[in-house]
Design a protein around this ligand. Structure first.
Ligand code: 17E
Ligand code: FE2
Length: 415
């Protein structure tokens, strides 16, 4: 047994103590009179681990392998990747994926959903990520999306590769309707996605309408089908950039339907502000979906990293605070209440999207998984883009680090 003391939980005025037994939270209270090993969290903000619900671990650190993406568009990224992917080996994908996970882990992420490109007859990426998933399970919850990067129908046999991947152990059905060669094929891919999810009892995560084209409305069909099947809460619509360009009369009608289905939204703020708006002159669109409006309506929405140095996006380091910072700026979410709850966008909302709520959260009976942030309250955490000082999983440190210390000139500025 061990006891964490001086724990500052979200929304609590008073510090708490957390008692952990066999990696599980046994009790949370102001004072727990049990004699055991004691760990002092020094009043720092303690929240459930960061969640990155949308990342491409088979792509990480390939930015310069397939040649430069000169136009900076989604479509050139797909072209670059397509030229490169045949050459990779399972070992290489594993090595890159481990490096990507390690980066995220060291920023306090403990739950990752990775898309894995299955439009490949050799299934190199999938084989690698299935192995990786198993070997990292003590450190991160890893979900795998069977993602047909080059289309279910634009790529010959793409739909069959998705189905095969589900049989091999992928957790979620993926799709990319805006990349199919005609609208009808995009729609067909959405029908296929829902059909496969029902058949194999899997979650859904679609790269949906990742374009500025307001005519791209696959989200409407996806939402309608999962609503009718009653699996909205098991479904995520990633990106939905075009919905950020849709006009209000359409958007308001749709948002009512999103509330009915319980569908989840994943926005990738750094990625999409970089990739979208490329054919705009000025004014130039931001490429983000309606994050603020979803959040106001209680439609679940979360932020994700998407890329770490790949043909789509040259930067990215797994620091969810960086993603959050961009997201709340681009989505204009800075009311006192929005700042107070901002961390939800990279923690609990992501966990809900991943359907992890049973094992996620700082509550009695759940695994003792949490991170300690170098701040005394939510506002300072966000305003200072505060670092993660420790990540604790099943009651054990994944890492612990000392807060930054300043010397010399800063003494002159003492209050
Ligand atoms: N593939 C895709 O279709 N969209 C993206 N944003 C990335 C990969 C990173
Ligand atoms: Fe993506």
């Amino acid at each position: 047994m061990k006891k964490y003391v001086n724990v500052r939980l979200k929304g609590d005025k008073d510090l708490k103590q957390i008692l952990v037994e066999d990696g599980v939270i046994k009790e949370i209270a102001a004072e727990i009179p049990v004699k055991c090993e004691t760990i002092d969290l020094e009043g720092n903000l303690t929240v459930p681990p960061y969640v990155d619900p949308h990342l491409h671990l088979d792509y990480v650190f390939t930015a310069n392998i397939g040649g430069q993406n000169g136009s900076g568009t989604l479509f050139e990224g797909i072209q670059r990747w397509s030229e490169f992917k045949e050459k990779q080996t399972v070992e290489e994908v594993k090595e890159r994926a481990y490096a990507g996970i390690r980066k995220e882990m060291l920023h306090g992420v403990q739950c990752i959903r990775t898309h894995v490109d299955v439009t490949d007859p050799k299934q190199t990426s999938l084989k690698a990520l299935l192995e990786v998933k198993e070997s990292v399970k003590d450190y991160v919850d890893l979900q795998i999306v069977a993602f047909p990067q080059e289309g279910m129908y634009a790529y010959k046999g793409g739909d069959e590769f998705v189905e095969e991947a589900l049989k091999m152990g992928a957790d979620c059905v993926g799709a990319i309707p805006h990349y199919e060669l005609a609208r009808e094929f995009g729609e067909k891919s959405i029908h296929k996605t829902v059909e496969l999810a029902v058949k194999y009892d899997k979650l859904i995560d679609v790269h949906c309408d990742e374009t500025d084209d307001v005519q791209s409305r696959f989200l409407e069909l996806l939402n309608a089908l999962v609503l009718m099947e009653g699996i909205g809460s098991k479904t995520a619509a990633s990106h939905t950039c075009s919905f950020g360009s849709a006009d209000n009369s359409y958007a308001f009608r749709m948002m009512k339907l999103f509330m009915r289905s319980g569908i989840n939204f994943i926005s990738c703020p750094t990625e999409n502000i970089y990739l979208q708006g490329r054919q705009d002159s000025y004014p130039k669109r931001r490429g983000l979906t309606r994050v603020k409006e979803f959040n106001d309506l209680g439609i679940n929405v979360c932020f994700a990293q998407d890329s770490m140095s790949d043909p789509w996006y040259p930067l990215g380091n797994g620091n969810m605070m960086n993603i959050l910072d961009h997201g709340i700026h681009i989505a204009q979410m800075m009311s006192p209440e929005e700042i107070e709850n901002a961390l939800d966008l990279v923690t609990v909302n992501g966990a809900k999207t991943m359907n992890l709520s049973e094992s996620y959260g700082i509550e009695e009976g759940k695994p003792a998984n949490f991170i300690v942030i170098d701040a005394k309250n939510e506002f300072d955490a966000v305003c200072e883009r505060a670092d993660v000082l420790a990540s604790i999983r099943n009651g054990e440190y994944l890492f612990k680090k000392e807060p930054a210390k300043f010397t010399h000139a800063v003494d002159l500025l003492k209050a």
